[in-house]
Design a protein around this ligand. Structure first.
Ligand code: GLC
Ligand code: MG
Length: 532
């Protein structure tokens, strides 16, 4: 339908946090067979690809982001054959599979690190980042871990420190060592050879650190209540120029296989983010755009961030949008249940590839986790300032039966309180539910190329309405989003024959609109301007 465009430009990605999607073996933790069982749901929803957070062998100190074997599946999630079955079943249903690639660090249980720490002259010593203590003793420099405390851990066996940007059980690999680069390229080839359609690369802007190990400068804007690592500006630990060469090498590896996608997890301001498309677009295909995760929920702020992002993209660079993930508070928790429908319409009508976080299509809430149930190591290390990530990782809510149909055992994290009424079975049967809004928008995207690949053009806004066109050939759509709970009106510049294609309130679908369109509180509309 879209000529020679790569599949991922018109695709919608759905992120699965596998521990919380569907348990198949009654251990309270989701697994690969659980995902396979639920593929019909994803087809019915209308997504094109799933990105699965890490499923590899791991001691689970950071719930899979600490990998002990990059080319094996953790028994909690299943086996390699379960994985092969999942890929085959997904592909048979037209769903692509994207894996999580965690290149920056391994687990301290990985055989590479076990060797590396064995002795100073071990062949794998230089696969990680080892330094002598500072001249007066203590860590080599002031670098801080994202998860609290020094980023240096002293290892008594060899009396040196190793660097870890995250937990001390997550030692950073040394990407300046060509052997590490080659070993990781082999990891990519292993999974690509199994038919996976791409990777989301974890903290990819972290891969290269300063060769001179200079101290990071103090952050003058730091204030109490923020995570302690923010006391320093990560000038010498992240976003170094050489990282782009490493990424270009990874990209070439991906390109050894046809039609594969490389996404980068990068938390940077937009002008630095877009550098990750790489010279001649030879970097990641999609540097995740997290701008919506923090924006003030206000029409002007959102419109100006869209303009800034659209205006910063390199020629040919394809945009993308994210509303939530396993590290950030749920959108329904941030903007409320009603605005969550408006947010859904925003995500699915902006220009660029959207990623839906599992459960957001149900408006799943941000869950308060009591102190005894906290599992996230970030919250355990840095308690009480709200960094905990468990609240956005609670089990998927499938039905009103036991444990919401997620498991027959005690779920690893508590369910949200609303699961008896707010679940797939219930919402699927209610034409006006947020789930059916997602389904209608996803169907409309498939039928209307203007929505997936058409141009974006802002419509003059006032304080409270966000409005923009999406246009392709004869298709002309106007999206109008009311970011308040008060009714609004908008005078259409044109479009005597305008018709509502999708309203966040289903009952208005198909309504003809005159020269002035009224928008009730918390409503969003996709209006067809070309229709007669
Ligand atoms: C990424 C992951 C996060 C993890 C961290 C360390 O930010 O999304 O969940 O804790 O990397 O691997
Ligand atoms: Mg299980």
């Amino acid at each position: 339908m879209n000529g020679s465009r790569p599949w991922w430009e018109s695709a919608v990605i759905y992120q699965i946090y596998p521990r919380s999607f569907q348990d198949s073996d009654d251990d309270g933790i989701g697994d690969l067979n659980g995902i396979t069982e639920r593929l019909p749901y994803l087809v019915d929803l209308g997504v094109d690809a799933i990105w699965i957070s890490p499923i590899f062998r791991s001691p689970m100190k950071d719930f899979g982001y600490d990998i002990a074997d990059y080319i094996d599946i953790d028994p909690i999630f299943g086996t390699i054959s379960d994985f092969d079955r999942l890929v085959a079943a997904a592909h048979a249903r037209g769903i692509k599979v994207i894996l999580d690639f965690v290149p920056n660090h391994s687990s301290d249980q990985h055989a590479w690190f076990v060797e590396s720490r064995g002795s100073r002259n071990n062949p794998k010593r230089d696969w990680y980042i080892w330094r002598d203590p500072a001249p007066g003793g203590g860590p080599p420099n002031n670098w801080l871990s994202e998860f609290g405390g020094s980023a240096w851990e002293f290892d008594p066996t060899t009396a040196q420190y190793y660097y870890h940007a995250f937990l001390n059980s997550q030692p950073d690999l040394n990407w300046r060592n060509p052997q590490v680069v080659e070993a990781m390229r082999e990891v990519l080839r292993f999974w690509l050879g199994k038919g996976v359609d791409g990777f989301r690369a974890d903290v990819i802007w972290h891969l290269i650190k300063d060769a001179q190990f200079r101290d990071n400068p103090l952050n003058p804007d730091y204030h109490a209540g923020r995570p302690p690592n923010e006391a320093l500006v990560p000038l010498y630990t992240t976003d170094l120029p050489e990282v782009h060469d490493v990424i270009a090498t990874l990209r070439r590896t991906i390109d050894e296989f046809p039609n594969r996608l490389l996404i980068g997890e990068i938390y940077l301001p937009v002008e630095r983010l877009v550098a990750y498309y790489g010279r001649d677009l030879g970097g990641v295909h999609l540097p995740f755009n997290f701008a919506l995760l923090n924006v003030r929920w206000d029409a002007r702020c959102i419109q100006s961030l869209i303009a800034e992002y659209e205006g910063s993209l390199p020629e040919g660079g394809w945009p993308n949008w994210v509303l939530g993930n396993h590290d950030r508070p749920r959108i329904a928790g941030r903007v409320g249940a009603r605005q969550a429908t408006v947010a859904a319409m925003l995500l699915l009508t902006l220009r660029g590839t959207p990623t839906i976080y599992y459960g957001d299509e149900l408006g799943m809430p941000q869950v308060d986790i009591s102190r005894e149930r906290v599992r996230d190591p970030f919250e355990r290390n840095v308690p009480g300032i709200g960094v905990g990530r468990d609240g956005c990782r609670t089990p998927m809510q499938w039905e009103a039966g036991e444990n919401a149909g997620f498991t027959a055992a005690e779920p690893w994290l508590p369910l949200a309180n609303d699961w008896r009424s707010n679940n797939v079975a219930e919402l699927r049967g209610d034409a006006r539910s947020i789930l059916n809004l997602y389904r209608r928008l996803l169907r409309l995207r498939k039928e209307t190329p203007a929505l997936s690949v058409g141009a974006y053009r802002p419509y003059a806004v006032d304080e409270d309405l966000l409005a923009y066109y999406r246009e392709l050939n004869d298709e002309r759509l106007l999206i109008v989003l009311n970011l308040t709970d008060r009714p609004q009106a908008l005078k259409l510049e044109e479009g005597a024959h305008a018709k509502i294609l999708v309203s966040t309130r289903a009952e208005r679908d198909g309504e003809r609109v005159p020269g002035i369109v009224t928008i009730v509180g918390d409503e969003g509309l996709v209006i067809d301007l070309a229709s007669r």
